[in-house]
Design a protein around this ligand. Structure first.
Ligand SMILES: Cc1cc2nc3c(=O)[nH]c(=O)nc-3n(C[C@H](O)[C@H](O)[C@H](O)COP(=O)(O)OP(=O)(O)OC[C@H]3O[C@@H](n4cnc5c(N)ncnc54)[C@H](O)[C@@H]3O)c2cc1C
Length: 411
């Protein structure tokens, strides 16, 4: 039986941060039990292997899930500025990209993981790999943990087992069961930031096109939410930030009377495009309608959209009827997507739902249910948009949990 003052369960973003912040107080007394054969697999695959570490402006409004007030307090305790300073001190150079996203200067997610692991090693964090925790029991004074072939004891534990998306990375959702065993509840889990599946062969027949676009979700004909960002057409549907960001609400409301509309040229609304086309009919009557649209969108996409609008691409403005104008306006700015579902957990960047924030104290991330138990990262009921927000949540909650677990007086 190995004994530690503090054991962190899960060596992902939140777990590495928690172990580092605890070890700043308690060097040599902290261990990580990581189920996988390496730490930080999701860090390595994040942001297209570039790792979008955080954002220049992380606010509670960038998150869904539990209380925004809780999230605000957590972000105040360890902010995006603190994350930048933390990585600067670890020697990682970061650069700012459009959308306020921070990436490592060398575009390598490995730089983030290596820096975290180096710091953990300096602080003598003991990392046990291939040590998947199968059970945890509290015997009144200490936590008894068991992996398949080893037992551990700790005065305090931090649960940072992540969500259940991309389960092959090790984040397979077993942590929720451990939290439940220790008395916690778990809010319904569903995939967020996952691609959307379409039954729209004409559109999915031209995969690989990326455009700025606006997606709007309607429930019972009422507009619910919209996202304008880049959108990628794939062979199965749509992906890219606009689709991923809206997918969370599509997943949450699945089964309801949902409609998803796509504006391929978000610079224009239905009304403004209609009046622009009317002007063209008046001023540029000899111009080809296709040439007009191909100034804004790739020509093969225009071809597909003309097909969907049932308008011949040969048309000149003078011969465009009122019905054809209406049809083009609808397809280019308010095309109703024939969506059939979502890629789901197998390809979701994050899991929505989890341990309710009310069951944790924001000042320390300590459980209100089990003394000595702390929770951090994606296992909690908070999930953010694309843009570095999910890692910021892992850094902030991991930092708070580690510091608090080590600061509280040890008997
Ligand atoms: C493809 C992809 C790209 C992403 N890109 C970005 C991005 O660029 N920016 C961003 O902000 N977010 C991104 N995310 C989201 C981000 O990776 C997660 O929000 C973040 O990793 C959550 O950190 P965590 O430590 O809570 O969980 P994880 O990073 O999932 O770590 C949990 C760890 O716990 C281990 N574990 C699980 N169960 C057990 C157990 N029973 N015993 C022991 N160990 C266990 C797992 O093996 C894993 O190592 C991306 C996610 C994916 C999947």
């Amino acid at each position: 039986m190995e004994k530690y003052k503090l054991i962190v369960i899960g060596g992902g973003a939140a777990g590495l941060m928690a172990a580092i912040s605890a070890s700043e107080e308690w060097p040599g007394n902290v261990a990580i039990l990581e189920g996988n054969s390496r730490c930080g697999t999701k860090i390595l695959m994040s942001g297209g292997s570039r790792c979008n570490v955080t954002n220049e402006s992380v606010r509670p409004e960038n998150f869904f899930g539990g209380s925004r007030n809780f999230i605000k307090n957590v972000l105040r305790e360890f902010s995006d500025r603190d994350a930048l300073e933390f990585f600067r001190r670890l020697g990682v150079q970061l650069k700012l990209e459009p959308g306020g996203k921070y990436f490592p200067q060398d575009d390598s997610a490995a730089s983030i993981l290596n820096a975290l692991q180096k710091k953990a090693a300096e602080l003598r964090v003991k990392i046990h790999l291939s040590a998947k925790v199968e059970s945890i029991e509290f015997n009144g004074t200490a936590f008894m943990l068991a992996t398949r072939n080893q037992r551990f004891e700790a005065e305090r534990i931090i649960l940072t087992t992540g969500g259940r998306s991309y389960p092959t990375t090790g984040s397979d959702g077993t942590g929720y069961g451990l939290a439940k065993k220790l008395g916690h509840t778990v809010k319904p889990l569903f995939p967020a930031l996952t691609p959307i599946l379409l039954d729209d062969p004409k559109l999915t027949g031209i995969p690989g096109i990326t455009i700025p676009a606006r997606l709007t979700l309607f429930l019972d004909e009422k507009k619910l939410i919209e996202h304008e960002n880049s959108l990628l057409i794939t062979h199965f549907g749509i992906s890219g930030p606009a689709a991923l960001n809206i997918s969370r609400e599509v997943a949450r409301l699945q089964g309801g009377n949902l409609k998803l509309k796509l504006n391929f040229i978000p610079l224009y609304s239905e009304e403004s495009l209609r009046s622009l086309l009317k002007n063209q009919i008046r001023l540029n009557s000899e111009k080809s309608v296709l040439n007009f649209f191909r100034e804004m969108l790739p020509v093969n996409l225009c071809g597909v959209l003309f097909g969907l609008a049932e308008v011949s691409p040969e048309k000149k403005f003078y011969s465009l009827s009122k019905e054809e104008t209406g049809s083009l306006v609808r397809v280019f700015t308010a095309y109703e997507l024939k969506f059939t579902g979502l890629k789901g957990f197998s390809q979701a960047e994050v899991t929505a739902g989890g341990v309710p924030l009310e069951e944790v104290r924001y000042q320390t991330m300590e459980s209100r249910i089990q003394k000595g138990l702390y929770l951090a990262g994606e296992i909690l009921d908070a999930d953010g948009f694309i843009g570095g927000y999910n890692f910021q949540w892992a850094w902030s909650t991991g930092f708070i949990a580690g510091r608090a677990a080590a600061q509280i007086e040890y008997k």
